[in-house]
Design a protein around this ligand. Structure first.
Ligand code: CAO
Length: 425
């Protein structure tokens, strides 16, 4: 049979007029035994007052800011079974009403007064939060010292913890294995205080690639190895080829040679054609050679993938390169054209620069940045000679590749580029 019970403030020691700092239930709520009903704050600690039994809250008689003492009515609860309780106090409600001190569940129900130790209390320490909120935060793995409290005197409420978790989930997460980073929030600056501003939304591509770049940058231990390749002879050959094929509308840039040379180096150093598996304990070595090329489009960076580069010649690669970069700029690339890459080349050589730090395109383990070739004096056979030097910047995942292996790779690449006959070996 349903009955209405009064839940009263129990004896919590010598504390009188104890402030109510949080009320966790409202009329109509179904509560379970042990669930916290409200939080009190004494000079020394915050204490949760838990329910003794299952039931439905009919009305709540206290609010945040009230000061209550032993015996004060906290709320009325309807229970479906006759719970063991204390004094019954008749009310005008049709159901019989029992008076129950909100004692901790660990105490016998028939004992309405208990020592404060029976409450779920917590020292009023650094993070200002009630035990129920601490418990809630613990369940979610939230470090309360990082949560800003919006309650009275900076107290952390359930809402604050929920908002913290939502904000954390909205952040891009740490890469394979996740984990997240304990970083402080970016400062929010009102730039208009310092001068005229205009707000321009990021393009969809920038938003998508930005999240991936951020994840890769923070979750992969990057090292960038810089080197130079002597492409003097390669350039002579490229120009000859360029003249020959320009009539067919094929533009032969250094990138076509780089694609081929990178694959040759990957064949020599197979770890560069691998990915870490989901466990992070094995390398997946690939026997195919699909190479991504970063293409600058008006809407942001795209990385279409050239397939089976090992099986194609320079002219074919130059032709495909022209086609995919045109398609990328015209937004005509299907998503599949950007999948399955083993390694990426990011060439800024057509624009300028001497070196940069490309971000690895996970799950690949390395990326080659290419800057603008320039003529430099190189000491050869007892004299300085002018040579066309191509700057290379190889970023690699240090979990997979060691520094020595990276220098072997760039040295080998340099060797192949300085004598492109090696591409056919
Ligand atoms: N050194 C000197 N000159 C170079 C060069 C280099 N490393 N690379 C290209 N060039 C020359 C080309 O030969 C060409 O010269 P001509 O017009 O006289 O023949 C000129 O620069 C322009 O080349 P290109 O940029 O049209 O062609 P590409 O094959 O080098 O590059 C592509 C194609 C799609 C990669 C390029 O257009 C592009 O988008 N690059 C930007 C990539 C990027 O943004 N990366 C950054 C990623 S990190 O944010």
């Amino acid at each position: 049979m349903a009955e209405i019970k009064q839940v009263l403030m129990p004896d919590i020691g010598d504390s009188k007029d104890v402030p109510v700092i949080e009320v966790m239930v409202k009329a109509g709520d179904t509560v379970k035994a042990e669930q916290s009903l409200l939080t009190l704050e004494t000079d020394k600690a915050t204490m949760d007052v838990p329910a003794l039994f299952d039931g439905v809250v009919k009305s709540v008689s206290v609010k945040v800011g009230d000061k209550i003492s032993e015996g004060a009515l906290i709320l009325l609860m309807e229970t479906s079974t006759a719970e063991s309780s204390t004094v019954v106090s008749p009310t005008t409600t049709p159901a019989p009403v029992k008076e129950v001190a909100a004692t901790p569940v660990t105490a016998p129900a028939a004992t309405p007064t208990v020592a404060p130790t029976g409450f779920q209390s917590s020292p009023a320490g650094k993070a200002h939060a009630s035990p129920s909120i601490r418990h809630f935060a613990r369940e979610l793995g939230v470090d309360l010292t990082r949560v800003k409290g919006s309650g009275e005197k900076g107290r952390i409420t359930k809402n604050d913890v929920q908002s913290f978790v939502k904000a954390a989930l909205a952040q891009p997460q740490g890469g394979s294995g996740g984990g997240g980073l304990q970083v402080s929030a970016m400062p929010v600056v009102d730039f208009s205080r310092y001068g005229v501003i205009e707000t321009k939304p990021l393009s969809r591509i920038k938003k998508l690639s930005g999240a991936n770049l951020h994840r890769n940058w923070v979750s992969i231990p990057h090292i960038t190895q810089h080197d130079e390749a002597d492409i003097t002879e390669m350039e002579v050959f490229r120009k000859e080829l360029g003249e020959e094929y320009s009539k067919q509308g094929i533009k032969i840039t250094p990138l076509a040679f780089l694609l081929k040379a990178v694959v040759t180096a990957m064949q020599q150093y197979p770890d560069f054609n691998s990915s870490l598996d989901a466990s992070g304990e094995n390398l997946v070595l690939k026997k195919y050679f699909h190479i991504g090329v970063a293409v600058d489009t008006p809407d942001g960076l795209m990385v279409p993938v050239l397939r089976d580069v090992d099986q194609k010649g320079i002219v074919q690669l130059a032709k495909e390169l022209g086609e995919i970069s045109a398609k990328a700029r015209e937004k005509k690339l299907p998503a599949t054209a950007m999948q399955g890459g083993c390694f990426t080349i990011s060439s800024l050589g057509g624009i300028g620069g001497t070196a940069f730090t490309p971000i690895i395109n996970a799950p690949e383990v390395a990326i080659l940045g290419v800057s603008k070739a320039s003529i430099k004096p190189v000491f050869k056979e007892g004299e300085f000679v002018p040579r066309l030097m191509l700057p290379l910047s190889l970023s690699y995942d240090h979990r997979v590749i060691d520094g020595a292996e990276a220098v072997h790779f760039t040295s080998y690449l340099g060797k192949v580029l300085s004598d492109v006959r090696r591409l056919v070996l």
